[in-house]
Design a protein around this ligand. Structure first.
Ligand code: DC
Length: 224
């Protein structure tokens, strides 16, 4: 296996990227890097500290004070900001609703991309996000673009929330996903789009295991 193999998994909100990326990483013994969690961490801090999320400079200044750590443990991937465990705090509705705005600023993205490239340098990594194949790791050996219908993605999020015992409204989730799709794919800096050399996988009618298996096979084909 190529020592420096990097797998980039991009796609819209709720396409199953993080679940799939984590499992692919586990199966291949690669390091999983959740880039969305980094933008979420910044968003959470801004909300907590009352920083104006529209203010690009203020957001970048805030980011410079944050040491964001992604810690992979057996079942869970923890997220720490300056040593504080914020794993659950970055998944609230309030963060969901503000993260697209926080991640739309060029000054924020430049710093995040730099940090992500640094993390990926070790090789044998799986990164998931929106701009990994197009921008963060344009030379990744394997790029996958995961999609699924808005309905299906909302349904998955809904089931996740219910399972966690969290309040959930299907119609609200659907609207939120559609809004984030629109925002993430039309923003000026690094909009969400499929890299030309990415493999597109529509997961609407596939199980998690089927998606994971398909990616592992693609990865093996690239390696041999
Ligand atoms: O994958 P996620 O839902 O945790 O991502 C949260 C937000 O961060 C999403 O609305 C888009 C943004 N994001 C991004 O702009 N670039 C990335 N590489 C990852 C996430």
């Amino acid at each position: 296996m190529n020592e420096r193999l990097a797998i980039a998994i991009d796609g819209p909100a709720g396409a199953g990227k993080s679940t799939v990326a984590k499992l692919v990483a586990e199966k291949l013994s690669f390091l999983y890097i959740d880039t969305g969690a980094m933008y979420r961490a910044l968003t959470f801090s801004a909300l907590q500290q009352g920083v104006n999320l529209h203010d690009e400079n203020a957001m970048r200044t805030l980011l410079d004070t944050l040491n964001i750590k992604l810690v992979n443990e057996k079942e869970v991937s923890k997220v720490l900001i300056n040593q504080e465990d914020v794993t659950d705090k970055i998944r609230t509705n309030e963060v969901n609703q503000n993260v697209s705005l926080a991640s739309s600023h060029q000054a924020v993205r430049e710093e995040m991309v730099e940090r992500q490239r640094e993390l990926a340098k070790v090789g044998e990594v799986v990164l998931d996000g929106r701009d990994i194949g197009t921008h963060v790791l344009p030379n990744a050996q394997l790029k996958v673009f995961l999609t699924a219908s808005v309905e299906e993605r909302a349904q998955r999020r809904h089931e996740e929330q219910v399972k966690k015992g969290m309040p959930s409204d299907f119609e609200e989730l659907k609207a939120d996903i559609a809004r984030r799709d629109q925002f993430d794919s039309t923003r000026e800096v690094s909009p969400l789009r499929k890299a030309e050399d990415a493999e597109e996988l529509d997961t609407t009618h596939l199980s998690i295991e089927e998606v994971v298996q398909a990616i592992i096979e693609l990865a093996k084909a690239r390696i041999s």
